[in-house]
Design a protein around this ligand. Structure first.
Ligand SMILES: [Zn+2]
Length: 460
């Protein structure tokens, strides 16, 4: 990938392998002009970084590209060039600044989170400071344990001073970062609230990294309470503006925008709710060999659809008894082969406990369930499908999906929620909710982003 590192005297360090031990010969024999080396390396790194950020890569590939192309430029210099802590931190800071310029990172988002692995809810960016320190430690351990007399004496001479296992260092740094993030009053709120109920699938969307960098950055910023809603601008930034929603006279917080404003319920939230229900409907049609479009996001459910295997009702009022008010589950599945009926209802709440919401759904359709069972003489079950506004997938969701035997990954429904939430937040913030960040362009995710998700769906 790189031709090696060019030294100021015109020589080239070739054959750089990841462990970097070949540098030793150079250190011993050469007079390295550190300042000049650093300048060259920094410039090359920034050049590559900017090119990556300017590209149309999605969030996941952007991080991969930084890791593969930009970071090695500096990593390979570890152990040769004497970087100071401040210099390394400055490079990390500049990286963040450029990510912000290119809308991949909100300026108020938690910094530690950026470096945590996506599996644990982070963005997965490698920190330059950590990379260089890990390389230094690896080099130190190599010298220390070497059988070679020269290498051993290099260790004894104190050529590299740190004596620590690189893996221990890496783990320690990660733990520190996680603690810092989770303990921040605002930034860590989301993690603290969702810890108990979130399943491992919750961070699928970050692991897949298929969203645009702008969308990923916006959702993580929303989770970190970093978006400048009018309420945040008033209370935290001290701006003299009204924090009240002009549509409903309530404080404009991020949860208000994303899921609690009654003015948005009829259209925006319903659209998001329906897109999840549609995804589920689509997967049930596929399972029972009923006609449906190839792409989940193009699926338009029919009111009633039936074959000899199953009958599926979409948002259909089941008229049995005038007393029963809740008679319109989002999807009703009558499995003719297994002889059972499922009443499926979707909810995308913000802070309401998932368990409470599940119970609410169970209670809501209880009467309908009893009546249908009596009339049809078939087992009837209520299936609440609940995903939280900002992507948390509760542990119970998988269990419910298994009941339906629907071939739909929780991640796919999560995608529908995230994309719609992103759209709502973006639109409301632009019009009356506050400021995303200065100069944020208005952009829509259709259709490229959806196609991208569709490709991913084939894998999940
Ligand atoms: Zn409102």
């Amino acid at each position: 990938m790189t031709e090696g590192i060019k030294l100021p005297d015109g020589n080239n360090i070739k054959h750089i392998d990841e462990t970097g031990y070949k540098y030793l010969g150079i250190i011993e024999g050469g007079d390295i002009k550190h300042l000049k080396m650093k300048d060259t390396i920094r410039k090359e790194y920034m050049q590559i970084l900017k090119a990556i950020l300017k590209s149309k890569l999605n969030a996941g590939n952007m991080i991969k590209a930084i890791n593969t192309w930009a970071v090695p430029v500096i990593r390979y210099s570890a152990g040769i060039v004497k970087w100071t802590k401040t210099e390394l931190r400055n490079i990390d800071q500049k990286t963040r600044k450029h990510m912000t310029i290119h809308k991949a990172l909100h300026p108020r988002e938690n910094t530690d989170r950026l470096y945590i692995t996506p599996k644990e809810g982070g963005r997965g960016l490698p920190s330059i400071e950590d990379c260089v320190n890990i390389e230094n430690r690896a080099l130190g351990q190599y010298l220390k344990t070497s059988e070679d007399e020269w290498l051993k004496s290099a260790w004894e001479e104190g050529l590299t001073k740190v004596d620590e296992d690189p893996q221990i260092y890496r783990d320690r740094r990660m733990t520190n970062k996680k603690e810092e993030w989770h303990n921040k009053p605002m930034h860590g709120q989301y993690m603290r609230h969702t810890k108990e109920l979130a399943s491992d699938d919750t961070w699928q969307w970050l692991q897949r990294g298929e969203l645009k960098k702008e969308t990923e950055g916006m959702i993580t910023a929303a989770e970190d309470q970093a978006l400048r809603t009018r309420y945040v601008q008033r209370t935290i930034d001290g701006n003299n503006i009204s924090p009240i929603c002009r549509k409903c006279n309530t404080k404009i917080t991020i949860n208000h925008i994303a899921s609690e404003c009654p003015a948005l319920a009829q259209n925006q939230y319903k659209k998001r709710h329906d897109s999840v229900a549609k995804t589920l409907h689509w997967s049930l049609c596929k399972k029972h060999h009923l006609p449906c479009s190839n792409k989940w996001y193009e699926h338009q459910p029919e009111g009633v659809i039936e074959n000899d295997q199953a009958k599926i009702l979409w948002d259909y009022g089941i008229r049995i008894d005038r007393v029963i008010r809740a008679n319109r589950p989002d999807v009703t599945l009558i499995d003719k082969i297994k002889r059972k009926i499922s009443l499926i209802d979707v909810a995308i709440p913000w802070d309401t406990g998932v368990e409470e919401k599940e119970k609410e759904k169970m209670d809501k359709y209880q009467d309908l369930k009893i009546k249908i069972r009596r009339i049809c003489d078939m087992p009837v079950e209520i299936v609440p499908i609940i995903i939280r506004t900002l992507s948390t997938i509760p542990r119970s969701l998988k269990r419910y999906l298994e009941k339906l035997e629907a071939e739909v990954a929780p991640g796919l429904m999560q995608n529908s929620v995230i994309l719609e939430t992103a759209n709502i937040v973006r639109r409301v913030m632009d019009s009356y909710g506050g400021r995303m960040q200065p100069g944020t362009p208005h952009y829509k995710y259709h259709p490229v982003e959806l196609e991208e998700c569709d490709k991913q769906n084939k894998k999940i």
